[in-house]
Design a protein around this ligand. Structure first.
Ligand code: PAF
Length: 318
């Protein structure tokens, strides 16, 4: 099948084979290659990853592929924002899963990658097949791109931590696990809303006045943790912020928490309800903890997180 790529001043590689020729030259010239994997609909958050890669590598590669394997059949694969012409999307799908791919996990055949024990909590509890789809496509992308470094956004913290673990467990050399870099979440400068391709689904009122409640809720939980409150109370403080917002909007927009939780970044285990920061850090000062949440605003599901404690231990570099 021959598909025309849109004209671009940036080199576009229509096939993995073509890309590999280019990568081989970079290997021979000893040039480092930074990699940013995306599903398109690029925004400032993606650009912050690209900038980081440009600053740290001789060359930078960005992939655009809306990966069906990480969407459940009832999710928004069909409406996920696509900003490249459909023929390019077809070509990408062809290159990634030559035999096509069904979203019905039981009917899938072939090789899939699962990071056991790390995909069922937090986001994985709401989206049980999501991380299997992500781990599989990113393994394929790492194999194809062979990057020196790869950059992922903190907004998807569980994904980023899980992919570092994947690089470690599979003894990857391109990238090495320490070169899976997590870049802090890019936020709207006025509302602090985490930038996300799915923000495109939000009506202006939802984006300006309702969606920012998620980050405000996380900040309230962070303050409570810092003040020595047990985890359950911190979560309660976050829920109170969203409840107040619900009251304010008075049913004009449906707001619903999917979850708000604190998890150990080593295991993703839930922090027990009665644990305070003092207990958490008893034997390990600045021991990190992931405070994360997901919230529905109308039909749009938003996620966000704050890493408390020493976030550099998770590979998050400011
Ligand atoms: O974060 C994303 O956009 C996707 O999960 C990724 C890493 C590109 C895999 O499809």
């Amino acid at each position: 099948m021959s598909t025309e790529l849109p004209p671009s001043s940036i080199p576009l590689f229509p096939t993995v084979a073509k890309y590999r020729e280019w990568r081989q030259k970079a290997f021979e010239e000893n040039k480092s290659v930074g990699f940013v994997a995306t599903m398109g609909a690029l925004h400032e958050g993606h650009l912050s990853l690209v900038r980081r890669s440009l600053a740290q590598n001789d060359l930078t590669v960005l992939s655009i592929f809306v990966n069906p394997a990480q969407f459940a059949p009832h999710e928004d694969l069909a409406t996920y924002p696509r900003t490249l012409p459909g023929d390019l999307a077809l070509l990408e799908a062809l290159a990634m899963y030559p035999g096509g791919i069904t979203q019905d996990v039981r009917a899938q055949t072939g090789t899939f990658v699962e990071v056991k024990g790390f995909g069922h909590q937090m986001e994985g509890a709401s989206r049980p097949t999501f991380f299997r789809g992500v781990a599989t496509v990113v393994t394929k992308l790492f194999n194809a791109v062979q990057p020196t470094r790869a950059y992922f956004g903190q907004k998807d913290i569980q994904q980023a931590v899980l992919l570092r673990r994947l690089a470690q467990d599979l003894l990857l050399s391109h990238p090495e696990p320490r070169n899976v870099v997590i870049v802090p979440t890019a936020r709207d400068p006025h509302t602090s809303l985490a930038l996300s391709s799915r923000n495109a689904y939000l009506a202006p009122y939802e984006r300006e006045n309702v969606a920012p409640a998620l980050y405000a809720a996380l900040c309230a939980a962070e303050a409570a943790w810092g003040a020595g409150k047990p985890k359950a109370d911190c979560v309660g403080c976050a829920r109170a912020v969203v409840a107040a917002k619900e009251e304010e909007v008075g049913g004009a927009v449906e707001i619903r928490f999917d979850y708000i939780e604190m998890n150990d970044p080593e295991t993703f285990d839930v922090v027990p309800d009665r644990v305070t920061r003092r207990e958490w850090e008893q034997e390990d000062a600045e021991r990190p903890v992931i405070l994360s949440g997901a919230m529905w605003v109308g039909k749009t599901r938003l996620i966000d997180n704050i890493v408390l404690g020493d976030k550099s231990r998770l590979g998050i570099v400011d």
